[in-house]
Structure formats: C-alpha cells, structure tokens
Design a protein around this ligand. Structure first.
Ligand SMILES: NC(=O)c1ccc[n+]([C@@H]2O[C@H](COP(=O)([O-])OP(=O)(O)OC[C@H]3O[C@@H](n4cnc5c(N)ncnc54)[C@H](O)[C@@H]3O)[C@@H](O)[C@H]2O)c1
Length: 362
C-alpha cells in the first residue's frame, strides 16, 4: 500500500526517519533527481496520522520537481515533513537529529525552510549536514519568504497585464488569504504600488502586524475572504483553498498566490476556474522565488542575482498564459507540459556517458 502511494506519482525514494529520544518522526520524499539534487523545504505540522503526513510529503515533493523545472533550475524535487506541533515540540536535538538523517542521504536531498520551520531551525540542521539551504551563517541567504513574495508580485502583474491590459496594480483590489511570512512581504509590495488589499488570518496578531506596516489594508474574517469583491484572489495560507465549497464564491478575475497546492483537485478546479472566467496562475510557477533564492545560495549567494532571477517569473507566467491560450488548454496543463518536457529532454542528455570525469554540479 505504501509502495502504491510512492509509485502513483513516480517517486524515486521515500525515507522514514525515527529517533525516539529526540521525538523525531519525519518523512523525506525524493520525487525526481533528473535535473539535480532534490531540494525542498522541511514542513513541521501536527498531522492527524502518518498517512496524512505521507500524502502531504508526496504531493509537495512532486510539486517541487515541476517548480524547479519550470524555473529553469538544475534541481530535482524533494520535500520533508516532521510530524509535530511547531509551537510546542521544537528542540535543538530534534532538528540536529533530522540533520543527521539528511547527511546520511549523501546529497540527494537538500533541505530548507517551509511552513512551521524557520532560519534558526536550519542553523541547527546545519550543525549536522552541509545539505541545507536558507541559512543565515556562512554566506547563506536567510528567509526565502521575501523572495517568494517578490515573485508572486511580479507574476500577479503579468496576469493583470493579460486580463486588464495593464500590469499596474494601482487601484486594484487584492484579497490575500493569510497574513504570514510571505503575505506580509507581498502586501508591502501591493501597498507601495497603490493597490487596495483585503487580508485575513486565523491569528489576530498576524493581521495586526500587516495592517500596522502598510497603507490601504482592510481586514475580514477568515471565511469571508472568498466573498470579497476583488480583482485578484491571492491564497497565501495553506493548500486546498480553491475547492467545491469556495469556487463559486470567488469574485476575482485572477487567482494568483503563494500557497502550494491551492487547487484541491488540480485539473477539476482549474477547469472550474476557467469556466467561471477566472485566470489561474499555477502556484508552483508564481511561488518559485524562495526556491530560486536558495538555489542561488548553493551557487554562491548574490542577492542581486536572486532578485533578477525572481523578476523573471513575470516572463514565465506570461509565456504560460500565452501557451495555454494558443493550445486552448488550462494554464496548469500548459505549465505541467513545459516542466515535463525539460525534465525529459535533459534526462536524455544525461543518459550519454561522457567518461570518468563526469561533471558534478549540484
Ligand atoms: N515561505 C516561502 O518562501 C514559501 C515558498 C513557496 C510557497 N510557500 C507557501 O506559501 C504559503 C504561506 O507560506 P508562509 O511561509 O507565509 O507560511 P506562514 O505559516 O508564515 O503563513 C501562513 C499563514 O496562514 C494562516 N492561516 C492558516 N490557515 C488559515 C486560514 N484558514 N485562513 C486564513 N489564514 C490562515 C496562518 O495563521 C499563517 O499566519 C504556504 O502554503 C507555503 O507552503 C511559501
């Protein structure tokens, strides 16, 4: 049954890590390493059961292969989860124990931050393995969230250009679901450009911080965000927010946000959005800024290069929208095809033997 789940999306390897003393229960999923080592964040979440954690890590790692490929990076797709409550169950031993498992994989998987983990958790992991990014020490790039937000901002502009004829966000009404790390920086860009932002979060203190830092921000209750009369709906909380219960309530002309796996059922809900005249910007395309930033860290960090590469999300989003239009298909189908084409084409190139000095790049 576990192998059925692993083979369903063609994963290469899944590693279950257990350390009773530190309380570590983690799963590392390596989806595909055709393009390079599998890089993907470490999520810490109080999953209801092991099956839920496995399903999450398999789905997220699969998405990372597509995200790296469409962004033109030499990285494969991977992800890890720790089963536990990030608010109460973190410890140095827990993360260092996880780091030792990562070291043992020998570089096929590189970890970084995700929901529930932070730069300081990565610093603990760093004490046990070099296969970690998103650190602050030793030339690291730190928190990827500002770059994710910057990429979402540029991708959103490209979508607005297509739908409204101009990429200016001035005067646009944008509903942002979640007021966490990425949302906070995103609202900063939107506010600076003169957009009107409507935000929500399940924690009042997160909302209060974003309101205090920006102009033109109003607040609604978490469930009211779907009913907001707006131009763009931007999911920046957890996945699955576009689903059977919410899709009819979305008033926006564009869905473009940071959250991973925004569509509960990728193809069915992408089709549903299209039928309602809503342009969907595939999540893994628009939210790649954080991954781009840690990739640049692996090359030798340059903030200018990371920003420049992140701005290119504008062009990638534009080309996917145009391609979907030309092929009369969904934007997710067009981007999945492009991502798969790159993996397949480069996989063929790498199958050719070049002698004993095979070039080794991460
Ligand atoms: N941080 C990154 O660089 C990055 C990169 C790519 C994708 N993402 C994705 O973007 C999303 C946000 O990431 P983040 O780093 O900002 O996480 P975060 O945990 O800082 O923020 C998420 C916020 O959503 C809120 N939230 C949860 N459920 C909610 C609900 N039902 N309604 C309203 N708010 C709710 C949480 O309270 C939290 O404040 C996640 O889906 C993450 O996987 C993040």
């Amino acid at each position: 049954m576990i192998f059925d789940s692993i083979q369903q999306r063609d994963h290469e390897q899944v590693i279950f890590c257990s350390d009773k003393d530190s309380g570590l229960k983690a799963i590392i999923a390596i989806h595909d390493t055709t393009l390079g080592p599998a890089l993907g964040g470490l999520r810490m979440w109080p999953y209801n059961n092991d099956e839920e954690a496995l399903e999450d890590v398999l789905r997220l790692s699969h998405g990372m292969t597509y995200k790296a490929s469409i962004s033109g990076l030499n990285l494969g797709g991977g992800k890890a989860v720790i089963i536990g409550d990030p608010r109460s169950e973190k410890s140095e031993a827990l993360f260092r124990s996880f780091g030792r498992f990562v070291e043992g994989i020998g570089g096929r998987y590189i970890t970084a931050e995700d929901v529930g983990t932070s730069v300081s958790d990565m610093e603990w992991i760093r004490l046990e393995t070099k296969f970690v990014a998103g650190i602050r020490s030793r030339g690291g790039s730190g928190d990827p969230s500002p770059f994710t937000a910057y990429g979402v901002y540029h991708g959103m502009k490209a979508a607005c250009k297509k739908v409204f004829g101009s990429d200016s966000l001035e005067g646009k009404k944008i509903a942002v679901q979640g007021a966490g790390n990425v949302a906070r920086y995103l609202v900063g860009h939107l506010s600076k450009e003169g957009a009107e932002t409507i935000i929500t979060d399940i924690y009042d203190e997160k909302v209060a911080q974003v309101v205090a830092e920006n102009k033109n921000v109003s607040v609604v209750e978490p469930d009211e965000i779907y009913d907001v009369d707006c131009d763009v709906f931007s999911p920046a909380a957890l996945g699955g927010s576009v689903n059977d219960n919410t899709i009819d309530r979305i008033k926006a002309k564009i869905v473009a946000g940071a959250a991973n796996n925004q569509l509960k059922d990728e193809l069915r809900h992408a089709q549903g959005l299209k039928e309602r005249g809503i342009l969907y910007v595939p999540d893994y395309v628009i939210n790649a800024g954080g991954l781009i930033n840690v990739y640049v860290e692996l090359e030798g960090y340059s903030e200018a290069r990371a920003l420049h590469m992140t701005e290119n999300i504008y062009n990638i989003v534009e080309s996917i929208i145009n391609r979907a239009e030309a092929e009369n298909t969904l934007t997710v189908v067009a981007s999945n095809r492009l991502a798969e084409q790159r993996v397949n084409a480069l996989g063929k190139i790498h199958s050719r033997y070049v002698g004993e000095t095979e070039r080794k790049e991460f």
